[in-house]
Design a protein around this ligand. Structure first.
Ligand code: AMP
Length: 316
C-alpha cells in the first residue's frame, strides 16, 4: 500500500495537466473527494492545471461545480477517478483518453481499472482516503479542502452513524476541525430538503410494503414525482426513510427514471443482511449495507423485491 501511495504522489508531481472524475448521480462523497483532491493539488502545485470533470451536480452545487473539459485537455494528462467502483459509473466521457489513469476508491474492488489503484474498502468514505493521502504526501489542506472532505465523510457515514464509521474516521474529523470547518453550515446543508421532498418522504410510508421477514420496498413513479415537482435525484432524500421503522430490516426504494431513460433506479439499504451481492445481479453494486442498481422494467423490480425477501429470510 505504501508503495502505491508513493507512486500516486510521483504521478501527480510529474504531470502538469490533471483531470479528476467521479461517479454519475454524484453524492456528497463523490463531490467532496473529487473537489478536495483537485483543490489540494492546485494549492500544492500552483502551476499545474487541474480540472474537475463530470456531468450535472444538481442540488449539490454548494459542494462543487465542474469545469468545461474537452477532449484536447486529455492529451498528456493524468486522470484520477475518485469514489467510483466500476467504469460504467464514471461520469464524464473521455476519462480513458488521458496518458495515465488512477482509481482511488472505498467500494469493494470488484472491477479493477486504471494503471494504478488505491482501494481501501474499510474506509468510511473516499473523502476519508483523500485526507489520509494528502496528509501522507504533505499536501496543502486549508479550510475549503477540509470542508469538502468533511462533507464527504458526513454524507457517506450518515453523520457518523453507519457501520463503516471507525475510530480513524473520528480522528480524521478531529483533524479537519482544526481547519475551521463550519460544522453547523455543512450539517444544515446536508440535511435540508424542500417542502416537496419532505412530502415525498412522508408518502414513502404510504407506498411502503413490509413483508413479515422485515424486507420492505417502496416504488415511486414518475407520476408521483411530477405531482410534487421532485426530480429523480431529489427523490434520493427518501432513501433512508424506511430504516427508521423498527420492524424494517432491509429495504429498497425504486424510483422510476424520466424518459428518454426507461426503467427504475434501485436504492438498497440494510441493517444487517448483505445486499450488494443482490445489487450486482442488476447492473449495480456498492457497499454491503448500501447499494444501488437498475431495473429495466416493473418485472425486474418485482424480481429484486423477491430476492430481497429471500435474502432477509435466509439471514433471519
Ligand atoms: P445510492 O443508493 O445511489 O445512494 O448508492 C448507494 C451506494 O451504492 C453508493 O456507494 C453508490 O456509489 C453505489 N452504487 C449506486 N448505484 C450503483 C451502480 N449502478 N453500480 C455500482 N455501485 C452503485
Amino acid at each position: 500500500m505504501d508503495k502505491i501511495i508513493e507512486q500516486i504522489k510521483t504521478k501527480i508531481t510529474e504531470y502538469d495537466n490533471i483531470i479528476i472524475h467521479r461517479h454519475g448521480h454524484p453524492d456528497p462523497d463523490a463531490l467532496g473527494s473529487q473537489k478536495s483532491l483537485a483543490t489540494s493539488i492546485s494549492r500544492t502545485f500552483p502551476n499545474k492545471k487541474v480540472l474537475l470533470a463530470g456531468e450535472g451536480v444538481g442540488d449539490l452545487a454548494w459542494i462543487s461545480t465542474m469545469d468545461d473539459v474537452s477532449l484536447s485537455d486529455y492529451s498528456n494528462a493524468l486522470v484520477i477517478v475518485t469514489d467510483t467502483a466500476n467504469t460504467p459509473r464514471i461520469s464524464g466521457e473521455n476519462y480513458d483518453k488521458g496518458d495515465f489513469l488512477i482509481k482511488i476508491d472505498h467500494h469493494p474492488n470488484n472491477d479493477q481499472y486504471g494503471d494504478l489503484m488505491f482501494v481501501n474498502d474499510e474506509a468510511s468514505s473516499c473523502s476519508e482516503i483523500i485526507f489520509d493521502l494528502l496528509t501522507t504526501w504533505n499536501f496543502v489542506i486549508g479550510q475549503d479542502v477540509a470542508t469538502a472532505i468533511y462533507t464527504g465523510i458526513v454524507g457517506d457515514t450518515g453523520r457518523f452513524m453507519y457501520d463503516a464509521t471507525s475510530s480513524h474516521t473520528f480522528e480524521v474529523a478531529s483533524e479537519l476541525l482544526k481547519h475551521q470547518v463550519n460544522l453547523p453550515a455543512v450539517n444544515q446543508k446536508l440535511s435540508e430538503v424542500t417542502l416537496e421532498q419532505a412530502k415525498l418522504q412522508s408518502s414513502v410510508y404510504d407506498y411502503l410494503k413490509i413483508d413479515e421477514s422485515g424486507a420492505a420496498w417502496a416504488i415511486i413513479t414518475q407520476d408521483d414525482l411530477n405531482k410534487l415537482g421532485v426530480t429523480m435525484e431529489q427523490a434520493h432524500a427518501t432513501v433512508s426513510t424506511p430504516g427508521r421503522l423498527k420492524n424494517v430490516v432491509s429495504w429498497i426504494i425504486a424510483v422510476q427514471k424520466p424518459t428518454p431513460e426507461t426503467g427504475y433506479r434501485i436504492h438498497y439499504r440494510s441493517k444487517g443482511p448483505i445486499i450488494n451481492t443482490l445489487a450486482m445481479k442488476h447492473d449495480g453494486g456498492g457497499h454491503p449495507l448500501a447499494s444501488g442498481a437498475n431495473a429495466s422494467d416493473e418485472k425486474e423490480v418485482q424480481e429484486i423485491i423477491d430476492e430481497l425477501i429471500l435474502r432477509v429470510k435466509q439471514e433471519a
